[in-house]
Design a binder for this molecule. Structure first.
Ligand code: HEC
Length: 179
């Protein structure tokens, strides 16, 4: 993909004309650099691990906040932190990772559609948090459940490919604990 910087200033005209010529001969190439049109580091972990360590964890905190009796300012901030984590996890899920089936899943349209829905639901959750509107948070959280279940119905094997399960949560132990 070609990267063409827009030229500004008086001296830029000749360059612009030259670039225009280049663009004409390669009309089928996009001239806009995309955000992924650069080097990036491959994922170092699997979809299964991202699900359990990030997606599921963050989503449960969001759902619990939706059902909580009261939410303090601090609770809203914590919920925002988890929603931000879930938003970032969306992009990771769309990339796939080191899991056996990950490369096969991520090239399929439904995978990207479900992931985009998860991201949209999370944006609604973030909007509810911004307004500190718990009813809206609950409603957006319920939409999120439908999205999780929809993708799982299409893709999740009965036994996860890596064997990493939601329960029990604390099987990993405390990474900072001293024996
Ligand atoms: C784009 C599809 C997709 C979306 C969206 C998605 N998941 Fe998953 N999830 C999977 C797949 C596929 C697996 C199994 C991975 C494997 O076997 O390698 C999985 C595995 C899991 C697991 C571990 C397996 C288990 O049964 O304990 C949990 C927990 C989980 N997902 C929670 C969630 C939650 C919560 C959401 C929504 C907030 C969600 N997932 C959204 C595809 C998705």
């Amino acid at each position: 993909m070609k990267r063409v910087k827009r030229c500004v200033g008086k001296t830029g005209f000749a360059v612009v004309a030259l670039l225009a010529a280049v663009v004409t001969v390669s009309a089928d190439d996009s001239i806009e650099a995309t955000q992924t049109d650069r080097e990036f580091i491959e994922m170092q972990t699997s979809v299964n691990a991202i699900m359990v360590a990030m997606v599921d964890w963050a989503a449960h905190e969001i759902w619990e906040a939706g059902y909580a009796e009261t939410l303090t300012g601090r609770n809203w901030l914590t919920t925002k932190q988890y929603a931000t984590e879930l938003l970032a996890a969306g992009t990771l899920v769309s990339l796939g990772g080191t899991g056996r089936a990950d490369p096969v899943w991520v090239v399929q349209d439904p995978w990207q559609v479900w992931t985009a829905r998860m991201i949209d639901d999370t944006k609604e959750i973030l909007a509810a948090i911004e307004e500190q509107d718990q009813a809206k948070l609950l409603a957006a959280g319920e939409k999120l459940v439908v999205t999780c279940e929809g993708c799982h119905a299409d893709y999740k094997p009965t036994t996860p490919t890596e064997g990493i399960l939601h329960v029990p949560h604390h099987e990993y132990g405390d990474p900072l604990a001293r024996q």
